[in-house]
Each structure stands twice: as C-alpha cells, then as structure tokens.
Design a protein around this ligand. Structure first.
Ligand code: AMP
Ligand code: MG
Length: 331
C-alpha cells in the first residue's frame, strides 16, 4: 500500500520519517514528481532503481536544501556558483566532480566520478529536504521508459504499491524535467555541456555560460548522461512528429490553432506559449494515450513546436517518445 500524504506539516513529517528509515517517498518538485530516497543510504538508493526498473548505469540527481549543502559534496567552480546564485532553487541540475568525502552513496553516481546536483524550488520539496536534513536522491517517479508524472495520481498509476508514500502537492508548475549541465570539462577549459534541455531555457543560461557544447555523446562507452539514450518517455500509441495534417483515426497534440479532422484533441497551448506547452505536455500525452487507446485510434499526431524557450525541452521529450525501436529503456 502506498500512502497518499497531505501537503501539510503532518504529511511532511511522515514523509521525512519514511525517508530517514530508508523507505521510498514520491514528492512534488516544480519540474515533475521525484521518487525520493536517502542519498546517503546505499540500500535505499538501490531500492529506487528497483522500484523504477531503472538500469543501474543511469545515475540519479541528488537534491539538496541549499547550494551550500550541495557544493560540500563536489568540486564547485566559479561558474557553478554563479549558476546556482542565478537559478537555484530551480529547475537546473549541475554535474560536477565528486569529493572523496561525500557521504552520498556511490550508486547515486552509477560508478561515475561525478555527481548531479539540484536545489529544487517547490515549497514541499524544500520543506521535505529541510526535515530530512540529508540529500535526497530522486529520479522521476515513473517506471523506467515511461512518461514522467506531473501529479500524485500519475505517480500512483506508475508506482502504487512499490513505494511507501506520495506527497500530494497537485500539478507541477514547469512540467518537464530539469536542464542538466555538465560542468566537469570547464575545470580544464572546455565549454559547459548540455546533457538534457529542460526547465531553464538555453536563452536564460547563455549570459552566464556563453556558448554551450551541444554535441551528442559519441560511441558506445557508458553514457555520461543516459537520459540521452533515445527511447524514453514513451506512450503506448505511436507518436508522429511535425504533423501538417491529421487523419480521422488519429489523436492530435495541438500547439496553437488545431489542425482540422482529428478524432481527439489535446491543446498544449492555444496561444502558442512554450512554457504552457511544457507544463501540459506529460498530462496531454497520458490523456491522449489513454483515451485514444479506448477509442481504438491508430496513433498520436503532434504539431510542430518552435525550438525557442522551453520548446527545446518539449521537442526533446517528443522526439524520445516517438522512438519505438524497442531499445534500452532508461529512466
Ligand atoms: P531523472 O532524475 O530521472 O530526471 O534523470 C536524471 C538525469 O540526469 C538523467 O538523464 C541522468 O542520466 C542524468 N545524470 C544524473 N547524474 C549524472 C552524472 N553524474 N553525470 C551525467 N549525467 C547524470
Ligand atoms: Mg526521469
């Protein structure tokens, strides 16, 4: 049984007690719901991988109450500190070299010499981190390869019975995962590398970071950021991108004035706003997948979305959701 905890002091206290006892608790962040466990407890971290069915080579983000607490576990650069000052608490994750004395379990890093850090902005996440007084390792609270949850109901649909509790904080404001920036190369003069577009746009980062390295990872070595593997965030119905027309037996994921003729429509943003589209993306995919499946539709057609603002993150998730190669499921 998974307890549904209220978004109040008693709920936070109960969630913190579960986490300190090595249990798993899902909690809202401003991006998506996280599947939290005590990052300093190796068996709690192992159980996060097990609950999701997540491959052990895909590292987790460690969440902290403050930049000061986060940077105690890594070698922080001046750029890391200025990014933290500008965007934390918020939807930005920084990857930096681990310090040997960090109490975070090695499994969080999946054997890499680096650690991914974030200070989330959601008041419930902040209250929970303060109450636990330890870093919380938390991937998105979905089964591996499935759509990330942006409500407590989504979490229960994915992981009900597999985790101790979920704190019900309503819908997530940003709706897509954090932007992940790898700063390790900057210690030796390389550019910061974008590992995942997300809730902070590249336009917002640019004044601090300058040009980013956007190159995809080469080769077949252990992925530095396995979230970059292609098959990800997948609905059950086939997804078709950049649709210019729609068939009568298709569902439509609309952005702006909808294409005519769809059997079913979910509007991401009537006004064509990329932030609104990001906040509604996962709920929209879930709704079209469920209702389209009931109606026996052949697939989902998604209208084009610009690569500006949060559009880059939305397009990244849609591209992964459209991959149906039966490849490695991550996350
Ligand atoms: P999730 O928390 O499920 O949204 O996924 C976390 C993302 O951060 C995944 O894409 C991971 O591969 C990536 N990540 C976490 N830790 C590291 C790290 N140490 N180095 C590179 N990428 C990381
Ligand atoms: Mg995830």
């Amino acid at each position: 049984m998974t307890a549904r905890l209220a978004a109040d002091a008693a709920g936070i206290a109960e969630a913190a007690a579960f986490l300190r006892a090595g249990e798993r608790v899902a909690f809202p962040t401003e991006t998506v719901y996280g599947l939290g466990g005590d990052a300093t407890n190796a068996s709690a971290v192992a159980a996060i991988f097990a609950a999701k069915g997540r491959p052990r080579f895909n590292p987790l983000i460690a969440h902290y109450a403050s930049a000061e607490a986060a940077f105690a576990d890594v070698i922080a650069t001046p750029l890391a500190k200025s990014l933290a000052a500008a965007f934390w608490p918020g939807p930005l994750t920084l990857v930096l070299p681990r310090r040997a004395q960090s109490p975070v379990a090695d499994l969080v890093s999946a054997g890499l010499p680096t650690l991914a850090l974030r200070v989330p902005a959601h008041p419930l996440a902040q209250a929970l981190l303060a109450a636990v007084a330890r870093p919380i390792a938390a991937p998105s609270a979905n089964r591996s390869g499935r759509i990330s949850p942006t409500s407590a109901a989504h979490v229960l649909a994915e992981l009900g019975g597999r985790i101790a509790a979920v704190i019900d904080g309503g819908d997530c404001r940003v709706g897509v995962e954090s932007t992940v920036l790898d700063l390790t190369g900057t210690l030796t003069g390389a550019r910061p590398r974008l590992l995942r577009p997300g809730g902070i746009s590249l336009e917002a980062l640019a004044p601090l970071t300058g040009a980013l390295d956007l190159a995809p990872l080469a080769g077949d070595q252990q992925p530095l950021s396995p979230g970059m593997l292609r098959s990800h965030y997948a609905p059950t119905l086939p997804l078709r991108l950049h649709a210019r027309d729609v068939a009568g037996d298709e569902a439509l994921l609309a952005f702006g004035p909808p294409l005519p003729g769809a059997a079913l429509v979910f509007q991401l943003s009537a006004a064509g706003n990329t932030e609104e589209a990001a906040s509604r993306l996962y709920a929209g995919l879930r709704a079209l997948d469920a209702e389209g499946g009931r109606l026996g539709l052949s697939g989902i057609a998604a209208m084009a979305i610009p690569e500006t603002g949060l559009g880059r993150a939305v397009n990244d998730r849609l591209a992964r959701a459209a991959v149906r190669d039966g490849g490695v499921d991550v996350d």
